[in-house]
Design a protein around this ligand. Structure first.
Ligand SMILES: O=P(O)(O)OC[C@H]1O[C@H](O)[C@H](O)[C@@H](O)[C@@H]1O
Length: 303
């Protein structure tokens, strides 16, 4: 594993790119540039915070009860779900949403760009845990660009001789003023599986609005989604490619209480997940010698 000293010596740029470790030994990377500030945990390749300087409120939601411990996903920010989504198909003891979000990643590159944004390239570290759960010769790389726009690209490359199938999601938690006043545009007429009703197949009519638990997998959609928030007077624009599904999730009160780390004072009311993904019937087969990339870009505009 790369030490803090090595990381700062190799990639640190004063206080603009700075690595540190917390009491539990989790390594995080703080980024500051003229466009934005951000914080990324190496465990999970997890973007925890991205605050563009023009935004009055944080764009990503991070629970005030998030637990920062080895082997446990951080509640909020952008968890990377890979190589499966939801429970494992045959072994329920394995981490739901795959192991990528709970294992260490390595830094391949971290550098300021000429346009004053900052680029990071992270790679999932090989480890016995990963080998045991995923016996394929493959590489997973996450490229992140931090600027007025947050861009992320998750690339899976198959170096082996057999094809494999992945489910994946950038399970992004967005900060909202109040879940009951926001809406998600871009999914009108799209078919979805309603996880709250045992995956019943339904069709979206109009914008997605929230007044109860929502857990939906929108299928066969490449559409840009817009999260409109009159309370914060802004839109968050979610543009994607290499993704055929979008998951929309809000737990509501009962589920939030069961989950437990979703924040004090109705923390769940100030978040919603819109997840750029390839899941359920949209999982991806990666052939030997080829790569697949899931891309997303988040930006904001005033309402
Ligand atoms: O609690 P987690 O394992 O992070 O999962 C949180 C949520 O993720 C996704 O949005 C799923 O569709 C939900 O069913 C799940 O509850």
């Amino acid at each position: 594993m790369q030490s803090i000293h090595e990381l700062n010596a190799r990639y640190g740029v004063g206080h603009k790119i700075h690595f540190s470790a917390d009491l539990n030994g989790l390594v995080t990377l703080e980024i500051e540039n003229p466009h934005a500030t951000a914080k990324v945990a190496l465990q999970g390749g997890h973007v925890m915070r991205w605050n563009p300087r023009h935004a009055e409120a944080p764009v990503l939601w991070l629970s005030d009860q998030a637990r920062f411990v080895a082997g446990r996903s951080i509640r909020g920010g952008v968890p990377v779900c890979w190589p499966w989504f939801g429970p494992h198909s045959t072994d329920e003891t394995l981490c739901p949403h795959g192991f990528a979000r709970v294992v260490p990643w390595e830094v391949v590159e971290a550098k300021p760009e000429p346009d004053n944004t900052t680029s990071l390239v992270l790679k999932l570290s090989e480890s016995r845990q990963v080998e045991n759960q995923w016996p394929y010769d493959c590489e997973l790389v996450l490229t992140i660009n931090i600027g007025p726009v947050l861009s992320m690209a998750l690339t899976t490359t198959n170096h082996g001789n057999v094809p494999f199938v992945i489910g994946e999601a950038l399970h992004t938690y967005f900060q909202v003023s109040d879940i009951e006043v926001v809406r998600v545009l871009g999914l009108d007429h799209v078919e979805y599986e309603d996880k709250v009703e045992d995956y019943m197949l339904k069709r979206q009519s109009g914008d997605v609005t929230f007044n109860d638990e929502v857990d939906r997998v929108y299928l066969n959609t490449q559409s840009t989604c817009i999260l409109e928030d009159p309370g914060l007077r802004r839109r968050i624009i979610i543009e994607k490619s290499g993704s055929n599904s979008t998951v929309v999730w809000t737990p509501w009160e009962r589920k939030a209480a069961e989950i437990g780390d979703l924040g004090s004072h109705y923390g769940w009311r100030s978040m919603v997940c819109v997840e750029t993904s390839n899941v359920r019937s949209n999982v991806v087969t990666v052939e030997p010698g080829s790569s697949h990339t899931l891309n997303v870009q988040y930006s904001t505009e005033s309402l």
